[in-house]
Every structure is written in structure tokens, then in C-alpha cells.
Design a protein around this ligand. Structure first.
Ligand code: ATP
Length: 234
């Protein structure tokens, strides 16, 4: 579904990632694991068209999207939940969710998807008329995920959904990610929380200072020396 070949991104003279290659097959959950500054967010921003790679190619369903705009990429069915959620404050929960569908013309289907989001996140229905900025961190993560789902993506990009959440909420968010995947959405997940991200992943890639250093199934990586030593204190 998504193939990233030999990708490099520079910020001025800083090389954030180099020669990164990975793929996501339809129906999978793929996790990219890496410490702070490894280049995880940079990869997601390149896939969603927010930054231009200096080298390499990104192919989505057989079509190169390396130089496509963020709008074109959303229209093709890729949606990103950004790190730190980026909730629109001063807007209600409902308005935030509606923003996720602003490119869609099929208003009846949008209404159906809104109901699906409320079914998935009942708390958001209760709080739909409340300023989204007043929600808790976990609820804001749900708004960000719900907003992304409102574009009816086929590929969902998640940037550190567990960041800043209590362990019980992290479990809930990962459970919801599995549910979203089970109902037909392919997921590319970026995480520092290696344990949770690899537990739910079909496959994963480990990033270190801008490079992929290991790949395997979620189970294989959980047991690998590199993950045990660097992330799980083994
Ligand atoms: P974190 O988990 O801390 O968010 P990350 O793995 O997502 O980290 P990136 O944000 O992709 O890492 O950053 C990769 C590298 O690129 C880092 O060395 C970072 O300092 C650098 N970098 C990121 N954004 C910029 C920018 N706008 N200008 C200059 N350097 C940047």
C-alpha cells in the first residue's frame, strides 16, 4: 500500500533521516520505533506532504506521492494524527471533528462517519458542545483520532498517540487503534513506547539517528536484543 524508498530529509544542513526504506501492506499495523530525535516525526511529515524529502521516493498504491501536496495526499486517503494532537482551541469538540471532513462533499456519509466516531468515543458525544481545549489529554487524543477518521482514511498515520497519557489511558488508546485497524483502516504508528506499539504491530522498524537499524514482526522485535536493551531494560 505504502512504500518508502531510500528517503532522506534535510532541515538546512541538518540531515534528519537518511536512506530510510520501509513498507506498509494493506490491512497491517506497522510501528516505527525510535528514541527522541531518531527521525520518526520527520518520516510522517514527509509521507503526509508537510516536508519535501531531499532524496528518495514515497509510493502510495502504485503512485508516487513524493511531491504531492498535503491536500492531495488527504484526498488519496491518507490522514495524520499529529504529535501533540493540535486540537483547535476556541472550537467545540463537534467543530473539531467536522474540520476533519472539510474536503468531503458527501455530507450524508460525513454524518454517518460522525456517528461512528461518537460510537467509538462515547465521551466525545457527551462533550460535543464543549471547547475542545478544556478536555483532558486522553480526550484530546480521542478528538485528534476522531478528526483524522472523519476524512475516512484508508491509511492512518499516528504520531506518538501515547505521549503524556497515564498507563490506563495508553492501554485504551492502543485498544482503539486495534479496533480501527480491525474495521479496515491500515495503520502506520510512530512511537517511543516500544512495548505497546510492538505488541499491536504486525511488523515494525527500529530507527536510530535517522536510519532503520532493525526490522521484523512485532513479536520478533519485542524479543530482540536491541529493543530489550534500549527500551525494556532487559
Ligand atoms: P521525538 O520523539 O523527540 O519527537 P523524532 O524521532 O520524531 O523525535 P524528529 O522530530 O523527526 O525526531 O527529528 C529528527 C532530527 O531532525 C532531530 O535531530 C531534530 O533535532 C531535527 N529536526 C527536526 N525538525 C527540525 C527543524 N524544523 N529544523 C531543524 N532540525 C530539525
Amino acid at each position: 500500500m505504502l512504500t518508502v524508498n531510500n528517503l532522506a530529509v534535510h532541515y538546512g544542513v541538518i540531515e534528519a533521516i537518511r536512506e530510510v526504506s520501509f513498507e506498509v501492506k494493506e490491512g497491517e499495523i506497522v510501528s516505527l520505533i525510535g528514541a527522541n530525535g531518531a527521525g520518526k516525526s520527520t518520516i510522517l511529515k514527509a509521507v503526509s506532504g508537510l516536508i519535501r524529502p531531499s532524496q528518495g521516493e514515497i509510493v502510495y498504491e502504485g503512485t508516487p506521492i513524493t511531491t504531492a501536496t498535503p491536500k492531495q495526499i488527504v484526498e488519496k486517503g491518507i490522514s495524520q494524527v499529529p504529535e501533540g494532537r493540535h486540537i483547535f482551541s476556541g472550537m467545540t469538540v463537534l467543530e473539531n471533528l467536522e474540520m476533519g471532513a472539510f474536503l468531503r462533499k458527501d455530507k450524508n456519509e460525513v454524518e454517518k462517519d460522525l456517528q461512528l466516531v461518537f460510537d467509538r468515543f462515547p465521551i466525545l458525544k457527551e462533550r460535543k458542545n464543549q471547547d475542545a481545549a478544556t478536555l483532558s489529554g486522553g480526550e484530546q487524543q480521542m478528538v485528534a483520532m476522531g478528526r483524522a477518521l472523519m476524512s475516512r482514511p484508508r491509511l492512518l498515520l499516528l504520531d506518538e498517540p501515547s505521549m503524556g497519557l497515564a498507563p490506563i489511558l495508553i492501554k485504551e488508546i492502543f485498544h482503539i487503534i486495534e479496533e480501527i485497524n480491525r474495521t479496515g483502516t491500515t495503520v502506520l504508528l510512530i512511537e517511543q513506547n516500544a512495548k505497546m506499539a510492538l505488541k499491536i504491530a504486525n511488523r515494525g522498524y527500529v530507527l536510530e539517528t535517522g536510519n532503520v537499524v532493525q526490522t521484523g514482526t512485532g513479536e520478533e522485535l519485542l524479543e530482540s536484543d536491541i529493543i530489550q536493551k534500549a527500551y525494556l531494560g532487559g
